[in-house]
Ligand binder design. Structure first.
Ligand code: CA
Length: 237
């Protein structure tokens, strides 16, 4: 999906110049010559970024900024200011622009700021996506909460290292499937791992000592002799 930028700027030369360069980097852009028109356009279609001039003929950019914020959602706003004395207000929590440039600004600088804002948006939505696929995996008395990175056995929290957690989660997501030590190294430690097969054994031993009632007779992470390990699929409630 192409991203769409709203430029609220009353100086036509600047507005058009900015639009041309945004188009060049694959962004669509609309121009509003004053605050009123800006709000109208904003209400009529979806924008992913607003470039907002502080000094507009009909109203000042700050009140527009406030109104855009009232719309909710996460919308990056890049403010253009002529006077650096206004910066405190622009960046203040009161208004909440995400970034600003003082005129005259260079186009490469503008584009760099815009890209940085979009990277921030992407990082945020990645996080939200991760959180939305958050799951709680339950197997017998074992509960894995992926959002909170929390594991409980019979309601009691178990402290795991990051790698132990990754290993357990990998198993729990593939109940009943048998994995060799090498496969586990590749899947959990990654292809650039410098681990050895005994790394897997020692992690599994530690994991078992933390989650199994009797580590020598495990309920969850089972040994498949001559092959590797599997996560039990017979305890599901
Ligand atoms: Ca202006």
């Amino acid at each position: 999906m192409r991203r769409r930028v709203l430029i609220i700027e009353d100086e036509p030369d600047i507005a058009r110049l900015v639009r041309t360069h945004l188009n060049d980097i694959g962004l669509d852009a609309d121009i509003a010559e004053d605050g009123m028109m800006g709000l109208q356009l904003f209400g009529a279609s979806e924008y992913h970024l607003v470039i907002l001039d502080l000094m507009l003929p009909d109203t000042d950019g700050l009140s527009i900024c406030r109104k855009l914020r009232e719309a909710g959602g996460y919308l990056p706003i890049l403010m253009l200011t002529a006077k650096s004395t206004e910066l405190d207000r622009v960046l203040g929590l009161e208004v909440g622009a995400d970034d600003y440039l003082t005129k005259p600004f260079s186009i490469p600088e503008l584009l760099a700021r815009i890209k940085a804002l979009f990277r921030r948006v992407d990082a945020l939505s990645d996080k939200q996506r991760e959180q939305s696929v958050d799951e709680v995996i339950r197997q017998g008395d074992l509960l894995i909460n992926t959002a909170q990175h929390k594991v409980t056995v019979q309601g009691k929290e178990v402290e795991l290292t990051a790698k132990e957690f990754d290993l357990l989660l990998f198993f729990a997501r593939h109940p009943g499937r048998v994995f060799s030590r090498v496969q586990l190294l590749d899947q959990v430690w990654g292809y650039n791992h410098d681990g050895y097969e005994h790394t897997v054994n020692s992690h599994i031993n530690r994991l078992r000592s933390k989650i199994e009632a009797d580590p020598s007779k495990p309920d969850y992470i089972l040994t498949v002799w001559g092959v590797g390990y599997k996560f039990s699929n017979e305890l599901r409630e």
